[in-house]
Design a protein. Structure first.
Lengths: 189, 100, 632
């Protein structure tokens, strides 16, 4: 009963929040609603008994990724409304609606194969974190390490890409001036 | 009772919302948000399947998706900053320089 | 003995390759000498093999290697040297050697001297494969090989431009070469069909297996195979109606005419009939057809030779006529007589051609005998040689041609085919007439060449010496007839005149002789004292008919070549351009247009790309859903 209430509540909220994210003209609103939606997504995980995943969702998405977005937004002019020439709404709703319709139809259809066997079954009476840990560090050890290396690489790449010319203002474009100066110097030579 | 189908339908709706965002927005930052929505939608589906089939593989996939999303954000935001430095804008209409 | 076989076979090949090394450079005299030496080696090897085969009576059979081995088809590169092939080998290598030496002198001023020797030796190699092979497939390879070499050599002066048919009946060397090649293709199709029929029914192409199996075959199959093989022989031996190429082939250098278009290649058809005698002797209808066609061609070609003015063409017509004699003999079952006439003919006809080459060399490539005359003063030796050759050709007693031709005519009597006999006798008279018309017009009478400012000169001494073996053989070869009969009838079926024929043989011989002498006397009266042109005769319809070769080349041109060209043209403009090309172009245009249209998708705007991607993804989703629903 509680589960059903929670499910419908979370569903409605996430759909609403993500719609705001997608539709809003203001970056700040969009990001805030995205962060809220992600918190509610972790709620789904908790209902589904994937406690560890829910925690990771909270820490990584809401904690790290959103923090990264908010830091990045400091570089951009976030208070201003975004002016963009959106794709014709008809096309967007046609494609989005169609995909939603087809996916829903597919998922709503009966699942024929009864022979689906759990590859790594969960164990009764064992906490989710424990279960996940055993599988992650035995069967998925190599992908896990590769993911770790990838994160490291991504981190270095992010530092290098964003870190260069940190001293220059981003809102006031100086690169043009630089180019002019370089040209002038060349002319002088 | 809430079944697997309900979760999957929610996941599909969320995914379509993300897709609409990807289609609709021209601002790169907003495109990033839209892709995050899609990734989360998929994660919900994975977690639901994992729960209803009593199998951990779905959760494993969700973990890796989160890891990839995190690194994507790290690198993507770096690139956005560089782009912004260069063009002063994140609008795709302004960045179209490869017209065939 | 096996070594000798390979020497005889591969010495010409080595010679060809050696000459080909220098093919693109200027004249090198040693190329000719080396080629001639190698050919002489081949001749000596062949002669030694001939002595061996004669002495022991055994055939030498070697298998060099497997050639084709696929499924049930098994064809080795095997060579057999028996009485028939060794005769051909000796004749071919002897004439080739002399022609090679002769060519050193004749091609003296030609810038493609080395190339010429390469082709000529390659021809000899192909011819040796043709005669030595122990199976029909090898024979066919040689058959095609000599065809290619003939094409190369007829078109040796390919740079000469095309002229009208009135100016030169064979238009140009390249035209003549193509004509010869294409006509032979038509005939070779017949030959291939014959080989297929044999293989289909017997399962082998080895001579011994085929000939052992033919008596057990159905009559229709045998007739079909024999006829198809004979069509191949008709093409190579230029029998009617595929005869026009031989006279046009005279566009090639004269040594080529002597070697290929008189002594060796054109006799390949006769050789085939002789070689396949077990098959032909089982098909009397086809054999009779061969004899009748041969007789017809003998007469038909001789009639055209009567009025022709071109020195080489007269000899070419006489070659045709003599090939007709050979086919008549072979068709009547007298295979050994056909082979004997083949050998004797090779000697005196090659001599005649080489003599003509001397005259041509002297007259600076002038071939019209009406512009010659009185050449005996400057060309004593050539006159002598050509006189001997003409006597042999006319069948004057004790020259080579007398024995062989007389035997053929006697065979026709013996078989009771009186019509054939009569035609052959008349043809003998015509042969004598045109040979001596040509000799007298060339060497006797007033010196008409002076009007054209030509200063003739005799050929080089060594060339004349090299020709002497042919002259001697043209004189004495006939005396070897008994020995030859004894030698080859070990392999070929013996042919004896009946008692009755034997009794009146002297009388028959006398009739032939009377015709021959009559022909010579007529020629003497008309042409010995110079050329007196008879306008009335030359304007008569039958003279014109003969001079224009019965208008057959024109008929071929009008009714085969031109309609074919028209059809080809129509095919080109209608079918090829409008259907085939249009289809190909259409595909290309469609792709090009598609590319041009879809290029607009490449806006450079990432958002548009994303839209397209979404369209694709949704499409795939729909397809997946539909297929899942369909399967589910």
């Amino acid at each position: 009963m509680y589960e059903a209430i929670a499910f419908y509540l979370f569903s409605a909220l996430t759909i609403g929040l993500f719609l705001i994210t997608v539709m809003s003209k203001n970056v700040l609103y969009a990001m805030t609603s995205l962060a809220a939606g992600m918190v509610l997504i972790s709620g789904f995980f908790f209902i589904l008994g994937a406690d560890f995943l829910g925690v990771v969702q909270l820490i990584v998405y809401v904690g790290a990724v959103m923090a990264l977005y908010s830091f990045a937004m400091m570089f951009f002019d976030a208070t201003r409304d975004i002016k963009e020439k959106n794709t014709p709404a008809a096309l967007v709703f046609l494609l989005g609606g169609l995909s939603a319709l087809v996916l829903v139809l597919i998922f709503a259809g009966p699942i024929h194969s009864d022979a689906i066997q759990a590859l790594y079954p969960m164990h009764e009476g064992v906490g989710n974190a424990q279960d996940v840990g055993i599988v992650l560090f035995t069967k998925y050890l190599v992908p896990f390490e590769v993911a770790a290396v990838m994160l490291l690489v991504a981190m270095i790449a992010g530092i290098i890409l964003a870190g260069k010319k940190m001293d220059q203002s981003l809102t006031k474009d100086t690169s043009v001036d630089d180019a002019d100066e370089i040209l002038k110097q060349k002319d002088a030579k | 009772m809430i079944g697997l189908t309900d979760y999957l339908i929610v996941s599909a709706i969320l995914f379509s919302i993300g897709l609409m965002g990807v289609l609709r927005r021209r601002n790169l930052l907003m495109l990033f948000f839209a892709t995050e929505v899609m990734l989360n939608a998929v994660n919900v589906a994975f977690a639901a399947i994992s729960h209803y089939y009593n199998d951990l593989t779905g959760q494993m996939f969700a973990f890796f998706i989160i890891a990839i999303a995190a690194s994507e954000v790290a690198v993507g935001l770096g690139i956005l900053i560089v782009l912004y430095k260069k063009h002063g804008s994140l609008d795709l209409d302004d960045l179209a320089s490869m017209r065939g | 003995m096996e070594g000798l076989v390979y020497i005889a076979l591969f010495a010409p090949f080595a010679s060809s390759l050696f000459a080909a090394l220098f093919g693109m450079t200027e004249r090198k005299i040693f190329v000719g000498i080396v080629a001639s030496t190698l050919l002489a080696t081949a001749f000596i090897a062949s002669a030694m093999l001939a002595f061996y085969v004669h002495g022991t009576g055994n055939a030498v059979h070697v298998t060099m290697m497997d050639w084709i081995s696929a499924g049930d088809l098994h064809i080795p590169f095997g060579f057999i040297v028996d009485q028939v092939s060794v005769t051909m080998m000796v004749v071919v290598t002897l004439v080739s050697t002399i022609v090679h030496i002769y060519s050193i002198g004749y091609m003296d001023h030609d810038k493609s001297f080395n190339r010429f020797f390469s082709y000529l030796s390659a021809f000899v190699f192909s011819m040796m494969i043709l005669v030595m092979s122990d199976n029909f497939a090898g024979l066919f390879i040689g058959w095609e090989g000599v065809g290619v070499c003939s094409w190369l050599l007829i078109g040796f002066w390919y740079h000469k431009p095309d002229v009208s048919r009135e100016e030169n009946p064979s238009i140009s060397p390249s035209w003549a070469a193509n004509e010869a090649f294409i006509m032979n293709r038509i005939a070779d199709l017949g030959m291939l069909i014959g080989l297929f029929i044999l293989y289909w029914n017997i399962g082998s192409l080895q001579y011994d297996k085929v000939f052992a199996a033919v008596p057990f075959l159905d009559g229709t199959v045998l007739n079909a195979a024999a006829l198809a093989l004979f069509i191949g022989a008709m093409g190579k031996s230029a029998q009617f109606p595929l005869h026009t190429w031989l006279t046009d082939a005279m566009e090639g250098p004269t040594p080529v005419s002597a070697l290929i278009h008189a002594a060796t290649m054109v006799t390949a058809g006769v050789f085939l009939v002789i070689r396949a005698n077990p098959l032909f002797s089982l098909t009397p209808e086809v054999s009779y057809f061969i004899a009748a066609l041969g007789t017809f061609v003998a007469f038909f070609a001789a009639s055209m030779a009567l009025v022709n003015r071109d020195l080489k063409r007269i000899i070419a017509f006489s070659t045709l006529s003599q090939l007709g004699y050979m086919f008549a003999a072979a068709g009547l079952g007298a295979y050994w007589i056909a082979l004997f006439h083949l050998a004797a003919h090779a000697f005196f006809k090659a001599l005649l051609f080489l003599g003509a080459g001397n005259v041509m060399h002297a007259m600076h490539d002038e071939l019209d005998i009406f512009k010659m005359g009185g050449l005996k003063k400057v060309m004593k030796w050539t006159y002598l040689y050509m006189g001997i050759a003409s006597l042999a050709l006319a069948g004057i007693p004790f020259f080579a041609g007398f024995f062989s031709k007389d035997a053929i005519i006697e065979t026709a009597w013996n078989e009771g085919t009186i019509v054939l006999w009569a035609i052959l006798v008349i043809t003998a008279g015509m042969t004598a007439f045109y040979s001596f018309r040509q000799v007298f017009l060339t060497f006797e009478g007033d010196e008409r060449y002076k009007k054209y400012g030509i200063h003739p000169h005799e050929m080089y001494g060594y060339v004349l010496v090299a020709m002497s073996p042919l002259a001697i053989l043209a004189m004495v070869a006939g005396f070897g007839m008994k020995g030859f009969e004894h030698f080859v009838t070990k392999l070929l079926p013996d042919y004896h005149m009946s008692e009755h024929t034997h009794h009146i043989a002297w009388f028959l011989g006398l009739v032939v002789l009377a015709f021959a002498v009559g022909g010579i006397v007529l020629a003497y009266k008309k042409y010995y004292h110079g050329l007196k042109r008879d306008e009335q005769l030359e304007n008569s319809w039958y003279y014109k008919l003969l001079a224009n070769q019965y208008y057959i080349p024109v008929l071929y041109e009008e009714f085969i070549a031109k309609p074919y060209a028209m059809i080809s043209n129509a095919m080109w403009t209608k079918v090829d351009m409008k259907i085939v090309d249009a289809t190909v172009d259409g595909i290309a245009k469609f792709l090009y247009k598609t590319g041009d249209t879809s290029r607009k998708m490449q806006t450079g705007n990432l958002s548009n790309y994303l839209n397209w991607m979404a369209v694709g993804a949704v499409l795939l989703l729909v397809v997946a859903a539909i297929s899942a629903a369909a399967i589910g």
